[in-house]
Design a protein around this ligand. Sequence first.
Ligand SMILES: Cc1ncc(COP(=O)(O)O)c(C=O)c1O
Length: 503
Amino acid sequence: MIEIPNRPSGGRETADNDPRPEPPGFSFAYPGYKSTALLDRLRATEYSYLDAGGHVYLDYAGAGLPADAQLRAHTERIRRQCFGNPHSDNPTSSAATKLVEQARLAVLAHLNADPEEYAAIFTSNATGACRLVGEAYPFGPRTPLVLTYDNHNSVNGMREFARSRGAAVRYVPFSSPTLRVDEEAVRQALVRARLGRFPAGRRAARHGLLAYPAQSNFSGAQHALRWIETAHEHGYDVFLDAAAYLPSNRLDLSVVKPDFVPISWYKLFGYPTGVGCLVARREALRRLDRPWFAGGSVYLSSVQGDWHTPAPDEAGFEDGTVSFLQIPDLEVGLRWFDGIGVDRIHQRVVSLTGWMIQRLSGLRHGNGGPMARIYGPANTRERGGTIAFNLLDADGRVIDERAVARATAAARISIRTGCFCNPGASEWASQLPRQAWRRAARAHIRTMDEYVEFLGLPSAGALRASVGLVSNVDDVERFVGFIETTYRDRAIEASGLAPRVRC
Ligand SMILES: Cc1ncc(COP(=O)(O)O)c(C=O)c1O
């Protein structure tokens, strides 16, 4: 029997475990935060390594954190039972298969997806899911790819598959300085990408793919789920990148119907790494044509006859042996996550995001100049817990992100710096015109430093602080306090910084 830890215990909802009193004004501005006090108790018990290590962890957009209970469940399971390769019919194989299939159902249940309608395919991460779709989607001269500027590189990379098959690739630009995308711009791109490719009045059934993130990994902006329906009406399948959205938001696949959803589970609950999913509508899966086959993904293949029969549904997309000792940990992680409740996590993330934006925007040098420039939505409406920004010196110059990375690391603060694999958003944030980026593309630039110099950029991207499941207000206060004491009216030591090779 699989040992799954009990749901996180409820108990009295007080803020007793808060490490320090809340800052003035916080409770008034975010009264809902109190209802999330269970997370403070769990931080003290299940995530105690955070405070024991003196960490200020603000990189939940990079990775979520595991609870002790998840790790205990993993160890217990593999110590007490024997699991073999799921591709056989022996007892240890059947034991592994049973748990893998249970995890598959748990994934679908978490997303409220009907197993008749959706399939959960195990991949190694969200990127693996992007590749599965990119390499097998029937792109072609009449089947374009439309993407928002706001996309992770793992989604941007699909354009190479599309182009290699003669498909039009069209980007939808941002429509505001706050890194939002206008619905009308999406609609226009969907229409234009197929203009002239079909006789007037004849709309082909589902020929084309719209790819966008439900939440930006750069700015935290959430893009409308209603675009899924818009895209369907225009004859497009939808690739909804939910990697950054799911850690603090509910995606209900009985309500919205994206065709392909890539997920990295470690972003929700920290462990296991190396396991992701492509959740896909079965009907859309049938449109994919895989460029190869492998052990596990074929029913039959012949060397001398030179043919193969792909395995149907999920199995046809799972190459080789799935990570059968880790996949059952998804069921554990999901039970843990759902036991806490995504609404509670969402409430905490919204409160801390609003507070961090307020605190960062309020930071001032002695001359009244702002200390931070925030990119993306300036309030908590339709945004998640990821805040991208740069620090400014008293003369309004951007402080080199490497200097900030060095100083924060020394203070055991974990944030992300750079372009966060989202060049569309960081290019837009730089406010350089499109021609500048085009010129750079022709200049045979090899390193990030050369790029920065060629374009005359003040830095190579931004700083990103992101809150999540066990963040608390003290994390925000310590981080903002650190910025204030380190950078207010200070000359910045920027010597001895490592060269920037890549984004
Ligand atoms: C929005 C988004 N999409 C895709 C990815 C790729 O995820 P992974 O690196 O786990 O494959 C990330 C990772 O940060 C992400 O934030």
